[in-house]
Design a protein around this ligand. Structure first.
Ligand SMILES: Cc1cc2nc3c(=O)[nH]c(=O)nc-3n(C[C@H](O)[C@H](O)[C@H](O)COP(=O)(O)OP(=O)(O)OC[C@H]3O[C@@H](n4cnc5c(N)ncnc54)[C@H](O)[C@@H]3O)c2cc1C
Length: 108
C-alpha cells in the first residue's frame, strides 16, 4: 500500500463489519481499500463462535430445504439468552441478520 493511493471507499478495520462493507462497496464497482491496525484479519469474528455463526432463516439454509422460521429462532434465542427480553427487539435483530446474510456471496 502506498500512502498516496486513492479510493472511493476507505474501510477502517477488517472485522465482520469492515469486511462486509468493503465487499459490498467493491461489488458495487467502487474502488475500495480495507486497512487493519493489527497483523490479523477478521477482528472478533476471527476467534469468536468456535468457527460457527448463527444466521437463522437465511437464503442458503432455505435452499438446502431448512424450514427454519423467525418465530422458531425467536423461541430458541429467548430460551437460551433471555426469557425476559422484549420479543420485538430480538425479531428486528434476527430479521437484520437474515438480510445481511442474504446479501453475502452465495447467500441471496
Ligand atoms: C464468542 C462469540 C460468539 C459470537 N457469535 C456470533 C454469532 O453466532 N452471530 C453473530 O451475528 N455474531 C456473533 N458474535 C458477535 C460478532 O462476532 C461481533 O459482533 C462482530 O464480529 C463484530 O464485528 P465488527 O466488525 O463490528 O468489530 P470487530 O470484530 O471488533 O472489528 C474491528 C476491527 O477494526 C480494527 N481496528 C480498530 N481500530 C482500528 C484502526 N484505528 N485502524 C485500523 N483498524 C482498526 C480492529 O483491529 C478489528 O480488526 C459473537 C461474538 C463472540 C465474542
Amino acid at each position: 500500500m502506498n500512502w498516496n493511493d486513492e479510493c472511493d471507499v476507505l474501510v477502517v478495520g477488517s472485522g465482520a463489519g469492515g469486511c462486509t462493507g468493503a465487499y459490498t462497496a467493491a461489488r458495487e464497482g467502487l474502488s475500495t481499500i480495507l486497512v487493519e491496525a493489527t497483523d490479523r484479519v477478521g477482528g472478533i469474528a476471527a476467534y469468536s463462535g468456535g468457527g460457527g455463526m448463527w444466521f437463522p432463516c437465511n437464503a442458503a439454509l432455505r435452499r438446502s430445504g431448512d424450514a427454519d422460521t423467525i418465530e422458531d429462532a425467536l423461541t430458541y434465542y429467548r430460551a437460551v439468552v433471555n426469557r425476559r427480553a422484549h420479543p420485538s427487539r430480538f425479531t428486528r435483530g434476527l430479521r437484520a441478520v437474515r438480510r445481511a446474510a442474504d446479501r453475502l456471496p452465495r447467500g441471496g
